[in-house]
Design a protein around this ligand. Structure first.
Ligand code: GLU
Length: 432
């Protein structure tokens, strides 16, 4: 079983989407299921509605899942497993106050040594532990030996017991911490491979330690994806517009292109432009580079344009507000000079906007408008042109410039003969 485990605490960003995509692809390759686990145990940080938003985005990108669960549904189980660990002396109640711990942390800083929990509550007598009044947390005892795992991307990584420390698994309010809930749920869902961002690498030995303490012996594999850098070579963050999936969609990048781009990120692929189904055939997680990947919006624009070209004409027309294959064909002409659906929409907005009779060709535009308003239908651009020249005597550059402005709202651009063949039935709406 593969899983994507988003926290409903913020917008979905590109890094999350990449994690969802790779997990989805591998689940399809191996034929295992794909679980979505909304990690909603941190009530203070949850944002109402974010879970729905994430699920809508997953649907939009076509990542079908087999199971959906909310982590908070499992809290009772997390608590029971914590009790089991206490029972087997693998975990203990810790009564240290935040103030005491902070003082010890400060002392470590002053002595220039790394702070570690000092085991103060690890061996308290049973009477001290059974106390209903003093608030306490539950900590798992740090492992006795080092923990090693072989990451599918990063290679072999070893953590010493001190790196892992005796960390908290249940907070004072008896809610599980992220590491505990995650380790238990991955175990309960029989996850075979965890693909996630490299910011979680130091959590992995903790989660492995939890499952080992619970007696779970099945190996769970890991693949930690390198971070994504922005165009300045810094870690992409919320401040980078392009890190937001919503922003990319609003800018007119389409899901199939974003998927294509994310598969090529820090990867060598057999082809440059492909669909998700194709990627499922050859994607190889172990080929992903260990080094940080660099986000390149120009490359994404290129990929997006290629995907827009691949769309069915009528489907493309919907992106610019029509349901008409001819408009889709016209849009494909405009792809010579645009790369996103937003830019395409701007072209059609200009085309259908009221054309002002102003500027160098203002008079020509006014004359053509008057003539065309009462003109018959023209099958071809040549017929249209000949008619206008005949009736007005205008030809040459003023003729072409004026007509282009009237038909497209722009001075330069695509081949008018071709364009006209696709938009002719809209002539009266265009020449307003
Ligand atoms: N909720 C965590 C996150 O969004 C999940 C990490 C994981 O995949 O284990 O970062």
């Amino acid at each position: 079983m593969l899983r994507f485990a988003p926290s409903p605490t913020g917008d979905m960003h590109l890094g999350n989407l990449r994690v969802a995509l790779y997990n989805y692809i591998v689940s399809r390759q191996t034929g295992e299921g794909f679980t979505i686990r909304i990690e909603d145990t941190d009530k203070e940080r949850n944002i109402p509605g974010k879970d729905k938003e994430i699920l809508e985005l997953l649907a939009l990108f076509g990542f079908h899942y087999d199971h959906l669960m909310y982590q908070s549904e499992n809290i009772k189980k997390h608590q029971l497993f914590a009790l089991q660990l206490i029972g087997s002396k693998r975990a203990f109640n810790c009564f240290c106050t935040p103030e005491t711990l902070e003082a010890k942390r400060q002392a470590s800083i002053e002595n220039k040594i790394a702070y570690r929990y000092d085991g103060a509550c690890e061996n308290l007598p049973a009477e001290a532990v059974i106390d209903n009044k003093t608030p306490f947390v539950v900590r798992i005892k740090k492992p006795l030996t080092s923990i090693t795992f072989t990451d599918k991307i990063k290679g072999t990584i070893t953590f010493e017991p001190d790196d892992i420390d005796s960390f908290i698994i249940l907070r004072q309010d008896k809610n599980p911490t992220y590491n505990f809930a995650c380790a238990v749920d991955d175990m309960l869902s029989d996850i075979s491979l965890v693909i996630r961002g490299e910011d979680h690498i130091s959590n992995t030995p903790k989660q492995m330690a939890i499952r080992a303490a619970l007696g779970y012996t099945k190996t769970m594999e890991y693949a930690h994806l390198p971070i994504i850098l922005n165009d300045e070579g810094k870690k992409m963050s919320k401040r980078d517009d392009a890190s937001s999936v919503k922003w990319l969609l609003e800018e007119g990048f389409i899901p199939s292109a974003i998927i294509n781009y994310l598969v090529t990120l820090g990867n060598s692929t057999p082809k440059e432009i492909f669909t998700l189904d194709e990627a499922i055939e050859w994607f190889d997680l172990s080929k992903i580079s260990k080094a940080p990947a660099r986000f390149d919006i120009q490359k994404l624009r290129f990929v997006n344009r290629e995907h827009l070209k691949m769309l069915d004409d009528e489907e493309l027309s919907r992106y610019v507000g029509f349901i008409d294959a001819n408009i889709g064909k016209a849009a494909k002409l405009f792809l010579e000079e645009t790369s996103t659906t937003k830019e395409l929409r701007e072209k059609f907005t200009l085309m259908f906007a009221q054309k002002e009779a102003e500027g160098e060709y203002g008079e020509v535009i006014a004359t053509f408008k008057t003539l065309l308003k009462k003109a018959p239908y023209f099958e071809s651009f040549d017929e249209l042109k000949n008619y206008l020249t005949q009736e007005s005597g205008i030809k040459g550059k003023p003729m072409f410039k004026g007509l282009r402005l009237l038909l497209t709202g722009q001075e330069h651009g695509v081949d008018l003969t071709q364009l006209y063949s696709y938009i002719k039935t809209y002539l009266q709406e265009i020449i307003r």
